[in-house]
Design a protein around this ligand. Structure first.
Ligand code: URA
Length: 205
């Protein structure tokens, strides 16, 4: 999977987009966050991965998937024959999440309102990168494409139509794997996760 050369104007579009995301105040999440975290990767990347929301480390460094979840993601990508540098990796929500009150405790998932508030940024990234296939990591990202009824366990690994690209599919979020305490379930989910990424590579051939 490799990106075609992109015109300079689209590269510029992405860096302008990154600046706009860093300055975003559309929803209250920016108040407690350190950085607005935009995606990373080349314009023309055939595959775009969409995660959920920056975690602690991502918030501090201003880059997506740099913590333990990112390490697991890169390991699984490697086993599926993919290099992170050839993909565009982003999140459905660009600021990390904090609950109001209780001294700003971290929340596990963004609200639907936050996902909708950020949707325009994702659309702009898709328009600049023009991926062939979008892979949503986890239910939050999948719901951007198909609404709140989407169930990862029932529909992961299938390629669906979307006006955003030639196709999209959903698979597990790597942090869901890290959270699974039952080793058998975790191993099973990891096999499915790898298999889904492999079938994304096959689909792109
Ligand atoms: N989880 C995500 O969904 N995105 C990140 O960038 C890191 C962890």
């Amino acid at each position: 999977v490799s990106a075609s050369r992109a015109p300079l104007s689209e590269q510029r579009e992405l860096s302008e987009l990154a600046e706009a995301v860093r300055a975003c105040k559309v929803c209250p999440l920016h108040v407690h966050a350190t950085h607005g975290v935009v995606g990373e990767g080349p314009v023309g990347a055939p595959l775009m991965l969409v995660g959920e929301q920056p975690g602690d480390l991502e918030d501090r460094e201003g880059r997506p998937f740099v913590g333990p979840v990112g390490r697991l993601l890169e390991e699984v990508l490697g086993r599926a024959g993919l290099k992170r540098s050839e993909l565009y990796v982003t999140n459905a929500v660009k600021h990390s999440g904090w609950a109001e009150g209780e001294g700003g405790k971290r929340r596990p998932h963004p609200s639907r309102t936050e996902v909708l508030a950020c949707r325009g940024w994702l659309e702009a990234e898709v328009a600049a990168v023009r991926p062939k296939l979008i892979v949503a990591l986890g239910a939050t990202a999948a719901q951007v494409f198909l609404g709140p009824g989407f169930r990862i366990h029932l529909s992961r690994g299938q390629v669906f139509e979307t006006p955003w690209a030639e196709g999209w599919m959903a698979t597990f979020h790597p942090s869901a794997l890290l959270r699974m305490s039952d080793p058998r379930k975790r191993a099973e989910a990891r096999i499915h996760f790898e298999a889904d990424l492999r079938s994304a590579v096959e689909w792109l051939r």
